[in-house]
Design a protein around this ligand. Sequence first.
Ligand code: MGD
Ligand code: SF4
Length: 757
Amino acid sequence: MSKLNRRQFLKISGAATAGVTVLPASGGFWEALFGEEKRPLLENQAVKTPTVCEVCFWNCAGWTYTDKEGNIRKIIGNDKDPHSNGRLCPRGTGGLGMYYDEDRLKKPLIRVTGKDGKQSFREASWDEALDLVAKKMKEIDSKYGKESFALLFHGKTGPHFEHLFKAWGSDTMGEPAGAQCLIAREAGFIATYGAGLASPEPTDIKNADCLVLIGSHFGENMHNGHVQDISDMIERGGTIITVDPRFSTMAAHSTKWLPIKPATDLALLLAWMNVIINENLYDKEYVEKYTYGFDLLKDHVQKYTPEWAESVTTIPAADIYETARMMGGASPRVVVHPGRHTAWYGDDTQRSRAIAMLNALLGSWGRKGGFYFPERVKLPKEPHPPFPKPKWSWKDISRGKHKLAIMGITNEIIDHALPEYNGPYKVKAFFITATNPIQSIPPQEKVIKALQAAEFVVVVDTMPSEITGYADVILPEATYLERLDHIRNAHHRIPNLALRYPAVKPKYETKPGWWIAREIGIRLGLKDFYEWEDFEEVLDWQLRQVGSSIEEMKQLGVKYFPRKTPMYLDEYDGQYWFNTNTGKIELYSTDLAEWGYDPMPVYKPHPEPPPGMLRLIYGRVPMHTFGRTINNPNLFELKKEPALWVHPKVAKLYDLKQGQEVWLKNHKGKVSSFSVPVRITQRIRHDSVYLPHGFGNKGRIFVDGKKLEMSRAYGRGILDSEVMSDVYIDPETGGTGMRSNFVEILTENPHKKDIES
Ligand code: MGD
Ligand code: SF4
């Protein structure tokens, strides 16, 4: 493949170069904000405040610049930040659009009519809205118990509400970043190494000679620091192997692209292990010293030959041999990347296990150029009385069925709110903050049914996204640029802390999450859990325990602390004890065996597209994070709507023209609400279509008779979740695989009759 220099790569991967502001120098958004006059911003005219980006969950640290009139003028990266190295991605640079978006929720709202997602609200004071929330929480408690009030959350605002719920006595909680994203990956690595990965993943791409990406579309999904490491790797001439049914941005810069048949990745991984073991390409000393079950694995993979895998994956056996040898040749400086959104096919823990095991064979876990051992600062938690013990919690809902459910499983919490659920753990009310389950927890029909059956729903959001239409009370949160949140304390090469501090006062009548949670807590009689007035006091106390302070962090933004333990395995003199039953890396998992799961991954075929249908695969575009950015005025300018990628053969079959608007109908007859233009391209396999996630917004509420919606994003593109009727449950974790949904393309508007009538 062509060799690109770093500058070209970043340009392609991000549509704009990471670290260079994407705001137009003149016109468009800038003009809309500040009028015709284009005022240059001088350092001495601005106040510089540290922030941590919330546009995606890489959480880069940066600086906001606020001018004398109190306008936030720009956000840039913090040079000291290991997540961004001083360069924000286009989404992060455009993050100030979240603050300036005129469609934002501005005041607390209380429902006045029914509950079908389109109904009416009236404005309320904070006191009235918070009193109502507290009253309803007490009511639900007295009728069903506190545990029946479930919390769904996401992002940095989540911990404020977790604290509230735990202090009150409910631990019925979950986030889509678990079951709909990375839970299976974490479980697969924990079963192998006794350790998960968290974020940012401790991949030592900086020092790697070979990087293998299995469905990880870096550059399109962002992950800023890693994109920078990869572009350096490209410059160094490293080997990159990308496995993807789509010729992704990363595939375009890879040494080898393997256009795998969707749903068959585990077959490829097993065949790679077969070659690496049979051709003695594995790291013998490492495997002998640190692993358990090698001989069992050797026997297990014998049947998974590259020739067998060719028939399953459609990747030629010769390519499987060649890429296995590339990995073996680079061992241990190889990263077989674990990915992040791994909720694909319902065998996701086993696929992630196979990735973990392949890394172990290559000797890359804990090795330079493979995976380093990350470390974080031991930051004490704020002191408070012990949390009361709930009678039941998310663990009772999920752990019996899924032994590796390491966090609340959102879709199971939702199942427990359905009218047909008659068991002991009934969910009767929801508190939903910074997540939009209508888009993110398919199947959509179930979520809607559960929300409609609930006796009370509170939504804390910044935007009138779909979920607000199902609320009884809507509480408008200030954006990340206007509020304090917990200190970012991520695992990293060198332990470090980063501060998010408000650049400006909250706009309109919005309030920060910590304030909302505390006010509810006080109304519930939980004063002992809130022995402070302002969350800044908590942060300052925490920082002082580790020798810093808010004042210092306001100057630094990011502060480093010394490592206490070695970063690589070799520095432990063979004394390393893995946190597994055997103390070794488990190629044969003793836990999985004991709990009745496959102790080593076994390939099982997945559903195939019915005749005439195509598999729906989905992902990200560089300018947007799920649905949270689609109305952001800056980012909307960069990407207004998605396109449906279709292969020329499919286009011919349906007689499609480039850019033609189409609708989708899935294998259960579910039709998309809106249309999307087609992009006819060789870059996608003929058996699949590709649709970026997060578009197709149809949130619309009425406030005192006036329509409130995300005016730019409303109705643009198709939401993938709308045509996801089936999810495949990962038995080990309960995670929901979403990639076995199938669609046909409709060229006529299926809603035409409705419109005409
Ligand atoms: P977002 O679109 O970020 O995704 O799932 P979600 O967290 O539901 O929705 C966040 C909501 O938070 C939006 O309503 C937004 O307006 C609001 N919001 C944004 N910022 C703030 C804030 O500061 N405070 C408050 N209170 N609200 C805020 C993400 C999840 O979705 C993930 S992590 C993955 S990996 C999965 N991806 C995925 C997919 O690709 N396809 C499908 N079909 N489903 C998916 N589900 C998962
Ligand atoms: Fe923000 Fe981009 Fe960093 Fe994500 S990768 S946190 S959007 S700057």
